[in-house]
Design a protein around this ligand. Structure first.
Ligand code: SF4
Ligand code: SF4
Length: 471
């Protein structure tokens, strides 16, 4: 590092000792009122790339509910009926263990990803950012114009133009919120159920209608007013950054070694930052990235594009604000695969392998046998003894299945009260007797194994306790 760069670094660090900007958020003023952010319309290579990515993302969002596997949606998160479909595979509450491991794997993935790449997710893939910046904000720019026109419109008295633009924008926002709410609900109850609301009317499906109204109002509130505060105040992921990021995490960062001290482009003693505030003007969360990593930064890259344009203008190399780690900037180190990352990778690999085994070996039918409550045993004149059991079955497949039961570890017989025909994707419950002879029992409580067969092929073995007289 040159002497000039060392001085710049020392000065910057001295300035950064004043961290008072972290005591408040840009979206709330000193009186505690909302400070409404009007970012400038971003433009540049990264913004274009993010726009293309968002088109792909939006196409996925609006088409996935219509894609079906075996008559069922490919994704369904039906919390009410406790039915979950991921990539066409149905999961039930009985698969809670798989679900918990899946969630844990996802969490470790998020941690690993964040440690390595910071808030890449927030800027490029989070639905909140995509809808806010790539849909609603673009519509706002289209109707109200860029930052200067927006400010002019806001300052105007309520005349025809203002009413038309503000009212038109809110109407479009509301209709879009309604559209998103339909699809969002489609992911929860299935798009066919949402369609029934239109066909059969709101009084028949009042619950669905109420959910639709609620989601519409929530989306309308978030995208028309709450906006970036969802990321700053509500989102728990954003709040985790403080503990997840380290000096090797790649973030949208200002190269203070190169940029400081700020000054005119023509000043030979200045760094590359010309203090033009272009990076601040485009920021949708209203922060100055030159203050360092901040909770509010959603890594949207708008400031990178803005600064690159300025650098082009003043004839300096691009990348004063770029994706970089603290060590990349301060020590000019290359990004390394740290021990922390290696450890997370090992844990993640183990979890993914475990999850894969659980998914591959997951039974299509789950069964639980319990002794019928309040019953002990029946002793017959011929010396036989029987116990009554309840069997609860969950058919996770998309076909009706007929099952048989066989006693596996004792000589005896099973007498079913009903045939076991389990309809597709359903629960089924029935009772059966297990009868055996006294000589089969070595103690008062004997463990029995019941084989569950489909078309003569054993698919599972369930266990229960057989109660007999004291021997
Ligand atoms: S600081 Fe830059 S990357 Fe972070 S939110 Fe603001 S514009 Fe986006
Ligand atoms: S856009 Fe670049 S040059 Fe302008 S203030 Fe921000 S960091 Fe400095």
């Amino acid at each position: 590092m040159s002497v000039q760069e060392s001085e710049a670094l020392a000065n910057y660090k001295k300035e950064m000792l004043d961290q008072s900007f972290r005591d408040s958020v840009a979206t709330i003023n000193k009186q505690g009122n909302r400070n409404y952010i009007h970012p400038q319309k971003p433009k540049g290579n990264l913004y274009n790339l993010r726009s293309y990515f968002s088109y792909f993302y939006l196409i996925l969002f609006f088409t996935l509910p219509f894609i079906k596997v075996g008559g069922e949606p490919i994704f369904l998160i039906n919390i009410l009926d406790r039915k979950f479909i991921l990539f066409g595979k149905i999961f039930w509450p009985q698969d809670f263990f798989i679900f918990a491991i899946g969630l844990l794997t996802f969490l470790v993935f998020i941690i690993l990803f964040t440690v390595a790449f910071g808030r890449l997710w927030c800027g490029w893939a989070c639905p909140q950012t995509i809808f806010m910046e790539m849909v609603f904000r673009k519509i706002e720019f289209l109707i109200e114009g860029d930052i200067a026109q927006q400010k002019r419109l806001n300052a105007m008295p309520w005349n025809g133009e203002k009413l038309f633009k503000k009212g038109g924008k809110l109407l479009v926002f509301f209709l879009l919120s309604f559209l998103i709410a339909n699809f969002f609900l489609g992911y929860i109850i299935g798009i066919d159920e949402v369609g029934k609301l239109v066909e059969e009317g709101i009084f028949v499906h009042f619950g669905t209608f109420s959910a639709l109204v609620l989601f519409t109002l929530v989306f309308f509130f978030v995208y028309s007013w709450f906006r970036e505060q969802a990321c700053i105040i509500v989102c728990p992921y954003g709040r985790l950054q403080g503990v997840l990021l380290d000096k090797n995490s790649i973030l949208v960062a200002y190269d203070y070694v190169r940029g400081e001290p700020r000054g005119k482009a023509t000043d030979v003693n200045s760094g590359d930052c010309v203090n033009c505030h272009a990076c601040v003007r485009v920021c949708p969360t209203g922060i100055d990235i030159r203050n360092g990593t901040q909770l509010e930064c959603v890594n949207c890259t708008a400031c990178i594009d803005a600064c690159n344009e300025i650098m082009d203008h003043v004839g300096k190399p691009q990348g004063l604000i770029r994706y970089a780690s603290e060590n990349n900037i301060a020590k000019k180190e290359k990004t390394t695969y740290t021990w922390r990352l290696k450890l997370y990778t090992i844990v993640l690999t183990a979890l993914i392998s475990f999850l894969a085994i659980l998914l591959i070996t997951r039974a299509d039918v789950s069964a639980r046998i319990i002794k019928t409550p309040g019953q002990t045993y029946q002793l017959y004149a011929n010396g036989k003894i029987s116990n009554l059991y309840n069997i609860k079955l969950a058919n996770k497949t998309r076909k009706l299945i007929h099952l048989d039961l066989k006693l596996e570890n004792l000589n005896g017989e099973i007498k079913l009260i009903n045939l076991i025909d389990v309809p597709k994707e359903s629960y089924f419950q029935t009772s059966f007797f297990v009868t055996t002879t006294k000589d089969q029992l070595l103690k008062r409580k004997t463990k029995i194994k019941v084989g569950i067969y489909e078309n003569g092929i054993k698919i599972q073995t369930a266990e229960a306790t057989f109660l007999g007289p004291t021997l």
